[in-house]
Design a binder for this molecule. Structure first.
Ligand SMILES: C[S@@+](CC[C@H](N)C(=O)[O-])C[C@H]1O[C@@H](n2cnc3c(N)ncnc32)[C@H](O)[C@@H]1O
Length: 522
């Protein structure tokens, strides 16, 4: 229980000084307000409208766009903050409020359902979003209760009207009468079974909780790790950069970071990784602006490095990235190919994502990128059979391994998504195995640990053909780690005979990337 609470309160986007620096009510101190002339003289007490806090209003507007227009929070929030000139600790407050509320929505809805007399789906969606925001301030942030309630009531009055604001007041007071620990104990006690209890308290859909637990067991880890995994999904990840080898030197990056007031630390696993330890926006680094470096999860770097270094006999001159958009792994592959005298073809089906691949590759020396192909990867194997030495299939997937990065995605995905995706994944892997030459290597990668998207896809494709076999991805990954790093990849007999790699947020601090390595036999 207490681990749960500390996870929530750690909230990676928070500035620990923020609560002290915002005023005693957790409210932004504005000039008019500090002068004490906030609309008071113009209105009767019952009609008083206080100026609502811009940070809370921004978080509310993000939630409305996410819930009402299917927008992505990480695409909506940054421009909205820029447009409204919300920066510094207020931007950090708005970010934690919006992202934290979205991540923990399942938990908060369970709490609210016990404080609202009607079923939640009978509330106006606007009112429900205000209640969720207030609940996150009460149970997931260090905002004093009186401020959480009064500021949220002011937001309700401003955005949804005086009537609902009274109801918001009453409900939030009921929420705040019980501590987070006591709420979690009650939700656990009242759950019909253990999985539902975990799903509710850790704010994940039940089907995802079940799938993640099965994936842990299926990849040689204890199913009892599920609580830690779900908690890790509820914490914002640290920002990690990739330093593309040969494109950005360590000293050069060090100097640029110092000049831009960005503090970087070496990554834990990948020699190419630098973790943002403090300072300002990494986009301020010239190396990031001109694509010699980029923002990339360390797990994504590891699986790419493992493919590039996997043992290979014979020629090693043409590499293919079959599903390249937006180009993070393609840029790392191209940098590695440049150092090895190889070339890269990057393929992507969606034209706008193919353009992002071109942008990501702009720092790669001329001649290394043979072309960025816009087309269906499922056809490439038949068009160019046996033409490549190394092929990456970073397959479109549910993204269940990157839930901490996309606060709303767990509520959007449904089990029905799996059907179409797993058919596509099989077809892309089969095409990759056709495109690689005999003796060549294919990496099958997903940012999902779901067994239906990982092991079962590979097993099924291999069952249908006798010209390819799995080999030891764990050994290949260990070869590329920073010197001296000891990585726990699960029990040796777990997960496809201990050959596949499954990374985990709660163990490795990376996204839950999956890697299977395959060799074309003939
Ligand atoms: C997981 S993302 C790849 C991420 C990328 N490797 C990176 O590191 O930036 C999967 C990509 O596959 C693309 N895709 C989906 N269907 C495809 C197909 N039939 N052929 C090629 N690409 C496809 C998607 O548009 C998406 O850009």
């Amino acid at each position: 229980m207490s681990a749960d609470r500390s996870t929530d309160r750690r909230g990676g986007d928070r500035d620990p000084r923020r609560d002290a620096l915002r005023d005693a009510k957790g409210r932004q101190r504005g000039a008019a307000r500090s002068r004490g002339d906030v609309h008071r003289s113009a209105q009767a007490p019952g009609e008083r409208r206080r100026r609502t806090d811009p940070a809370r209003t921004a978080a509310y507007d993000v939630l409305r766009q996410v819930d009402g227009s299917d927008a992505y929070a990480n695409l909506v929030l940054p421009p909205l903050l820029r447009e409204r000139r919300i920066s510094g600790r207020d931007a950090a407050f708005a970010t934690e409020l919006a992202y934290g509320t979205l991540r923990l929505r399942g938990r908060y809805d369970a709490v609210l359902a016990r404080c609202v007399s009607r079923p939640l789906d009978q509330l106006d969606p606007e009112v429900l979003d205000v209640l969720r925001l207030g609940t996150h301030q009460l149970l997931g942030m260090r905002v004093p209760s009186h401020a959480a309630v009064s500021e949220t009531v002011a937001l309700a009055r401003d955005r949804v009207g005086a009537g609902p604001a009274q109801m918001v007041n009453a409900v939030l007071r009921a929420v705040g009468r019980t501590t987070l620990d006591d709420w979690l104990a009650r939700l656990t006690d009242e759950a019909p079974d253990a999985v539902t209890g975990l799903a509710t308290t850790r704010s994940h859909p039940v089907w995802i909780t079940r799938a993640l637990r099965e994936a842990l067991a299926g990849q040689g880890r204890g199913p009892d790790e599920i609580g830690d995994l779900l908690d890790a999904d509820n914490s914002a990840p640290r920002v990690t950069l990739v330093v593309r080898p040969g494109l950005a030197g360590s000293d050069e990056l060090h100097d640029e970071a110092r000049d831009a007031d960005v503090r970087l630390e070496a990554g834990r696993w990948a020699p190419t990784a630098r973790v943002l330890a403090g300072g300002s926006d990494p986009a301020a680094l010239p190396a990031v602006a001109d694509a010699r470096a980029g923002v990339q999860d360390e797990g994504s770097q590891l699986v790419t490095l493992a493919l590039a270094s996997a043992p290979l006999e014979g020629p090693d001159s043409r590499w293919l990235d079959l599903c390249a958009g937006p180009g993070g792994k393609a840029a790392l592959l191209a940098a590695l190919a440049a150092g090895r005298g190889a070339t890269l073809v990057a393929n992507e089906v969606q034209p706008h994502r193919a353009r992002l691949v071109e942008r990501a590759l702009r720092a790669v020396p001329a001649g290394v990128v043979e072309r960025v192909r816009t087309g269906d990867g499922r056809e490439l194997g038949a068009e160019e059979p046996g033409a490549y030495d190394r092929v990456l299939v970073d397959a479109p997937c549910t993204g269940l391994g990157a839930l901490r990065r996309r606060p709303e995605s767990r509520w959007r995905r449904t089990p029905a998504d799996l059907g179409a995706l797993t058919v596509l994944q099989r077809e892309l892997l089969a095409s990759a195995l056709d495109a690689v030459r005999p003796g060549g290597v294919v990496a099958y990668v997903t940012c999902s640990p779901h067994l239906a998207e990982t092991r079962l896809v590979v097993d099924d494709v291999l069952r249908r053909r006798d010209d390819a076999e799995r080999f030891d991805a764990r050994a290949a990954l260990r070869e590329v780690l920073v010197p001296g790093a000891e990585i726990d990849l699960g029990a040796p007999d777990g997960g496809a005979h201990g050959l596949d790699v499954q990374l985990w947020p709660h163990v490795h601090g990376t996204d839950a990337m999956h890697l299977t390595l395959l060799r074309r036999a003939r």
